[in-house]
Design a protein around this ligand. Structure first.
Ligand SMILES: [Zn+2]
Length: 206
C-alpha cells in the first residue's frame, strides 16, 4: 500500500508554470509592473517556494509511520513544541506556531518520535485550517497506532489575523483534538495539559 502511494506521489506534480502565471497576474492586478527589475524573477521564485512550503500536498502522511513493538512502554508519551509552519487556505497567508502531541501506547505499540514531527510537517505544508490540521494529526495517529488515547494541541499565530482584518498581532489560536482516554478521563487530560505547559502534575516546573 505504501509503495503504491509513493508511486502515486511521483505521478502527481505541481504545475509550476501555472503558479508562475497566476503570480504574474496578481502582480499586474496590483497595478505593478511585472517587468521591473525587482519583480521580474518573482513569479518563478514564488512558484519554487510554493513547491517547497506546500510540498506536503503531494505526500502521503501515513507513509513512513512505522509502528514498533515495545512491551515495556505503556505510559504517556509527549512531544512538546514541534515547530509548525502552515498556510491558511482562506487567505493564502502563513500561520505558524507549535504542536504538542501526546499519546498513551496500547499493548506496547509505539512510533518513532521523529515520525510524529514529520507527520505534523507533512500535514502542515498544505493549504490548511488549524482546526482540520489538529484533527488530522490526531486521527492519523489514532488509526495507525490504535493507542489508548491521543491528544494534539496546536498553538499558532495567523498572519491573516495579525496583518489584516481585526489586526491582532500576537493573538494565539489554540486548537485541540482528543481521542480515547484523553477524552474519557479528565485526570489523564489534565496530566497531559500540565506537561504541555511545562510542569509536572502537582510538582515543580520542569
Ligand atoms: Zn486566514
Amino acid at each position: 500500500m505504501a509503495r503504491k502511494n509513493r508511486k502515486n506521489c511521483q505521478v502527481k506534480k505541481m504545475d509550476l508554470k501555472k503558479i508562475e502565471q497566476g503570480v504574474r497576474l496578481v502582480i499586474e492586478g496590483l497595478s505593478e509592473d511585472p517587468e521591473r527589475p525587482g519583480l521580474k524573477g518573482t513569479p518563478g521564485r514564488v512558484a519554487r517556494m510554493m513547491e517547497d512550503i506546500l510540498g506536503g500536498t503531494l505526500l502521503d502522511p501515513t507513509e513512513d509511520l512505522e509502528v514498533f513493538q515495545d512491551e515495556r512502554h505503556d505510559e504517556l508519551v509527549l512531544i512538546r513544541n514541534i515547530p509548525l509552519y502552515s498556510f491558511c487556505e482562506h487567505h493564502l497567508l502563513p500561520f505558524a506556531g507549535v504542536a504538542h502531541v501526546a499519546y498513551i501506547p496500547k499493548e506496547g505499540r509505539i512510533i518513532g518520535l521523529s515520525k510524529i514531527a514529520r507527520l505534523v510537517d507533512t500535514l502542515a505544508r498544505r493549504l490548511q485550517v488549524q482546526e482540520r490540521l489538529t484533527k488530522q494529526v490526531a486521527d492519523i495517529l489514532n488509526a495507525t497506532l490504535n493507542p489508548l488515547g491521543v491528544m494534539v494541541v496546536i498553538e499558532a499565530e495567523h498572519l491573516c489575523m495579525s496583518m489584516r482584518g481585526i489586526k491582532k498581532p500576537k493573538a494565539i489560536t489554540v486548537t485541540s483534538a482528543v481521542r480515547g482516554s484523553f477524552r474519557n478521563n479528565p485526570a489523564t487530560r489534565t496530566e497531559a495539559m500540565m506537561l504541555i505547559k511545562g510542569g509536572i502534575p502537582g510538582g515543580r516546573e520542569v
